[in-house]
Design a protein around this ligand. Sequence first.
Ligand code: ZN
Length: 378
Amino acid sequence: MGQRSGRQARSKKLEVALSRTMEAEAEIQNKEEEAEELKAKDWKLTSVFGVADLKNGAIGLYNIGQSCCLNSVLQVFFMNTRFTGILRRITVPSHAGQQRRHVPYQMLLLLEEMQCGKQKAVSPVALASCLSIHRVKLFVQHDAAQLFLTLWNLIKRQMKKPELVEELSDLYTICVQEHLACQKCSSETKRNSNMLTLPLPVLDSNSHVLNTLEDCLQCFLRPEELTEHNMCFCEQCGRKTPFLQSMKLVHLPQTLTIHLKRFCFEKSAYIHKLSHCLPFPQDLDFNAVLTENQCQAGDSEKAAWKYEIFAVVAHSGSASCGHYCAYIRSLTECKWYCFNDSEVCEVSWDDVKCTYGHSSLHWGQTAYLLIYMKKRPQ
Ligand code: ZN
């Protein structure tokens, strides 16, 4: 266990910290916005739009300049009927200016247009310019995992009704318990934290390729020794000591987002993409994958950890230049679609499996985000 495993341990911490920082940042902006809104005296509460699910097949989104990433992430949100069920209950801001910068409202307008229009595709330009007010740049290639977090945090921040915020959090939030145990004395610290994605490594601590999603999960939850430069200060010992860092799953949400860390920073200054084949199952039962000490959950919680795949956000190309599309299973029609900007076509599970990746096809499609949904109890 040298520096490499330490680096991985740090990056795991960083992922969790990142989610938390974004929450804190959102909190501050939230307060600023609330103060702004109080100034608007004739603030009225209006609820609009009865039904906003996409019932008549699937509608594309035009690429308005490097927007394939945004389009793919949006389609995953819009095809999730539980999410749209929350979205259509938002409180609509009454001022035109507020409406322009209100992300959930702009998403709802776009969804309405997709549902009501007769076109094969619609333009997300109003939503994209709304996002640009919130520092989400236009005309640049985003990282789908990062954009999902940013969008989600913006939606949550701007949804005013506490019950909707709670429903949105319940729908997506993964709860974990982080353990840090001093290897010289018996002291141990535990901390609960929330995550929006499970950031799974696709290489093990020795930089060997992981061959299945189940192996990636195991690797993510494997305890890490923090030694040498990564030692932590132990209050009981009064000095820096080796620690064992581990993570246990406490709660898994209805919609579970897995982020395959295919963009690799190691060994060079440049980000490179890991394209090797990594199959993922249609059905994923966490009880069959995890050991007892990787969970911190009761029997009824664990009984619900049976998932089926709902969507795959796939990336093709290199780390610096690429393209995103989304494969999504329509929940109303039980059919798979490939959403490639304005082009939408029906596909089969075999087509979705093409996103497993291939080590000799660096420009081929590889799954980057996997979105699983809890199965209904039998
Ligand atoms: Zn100690």
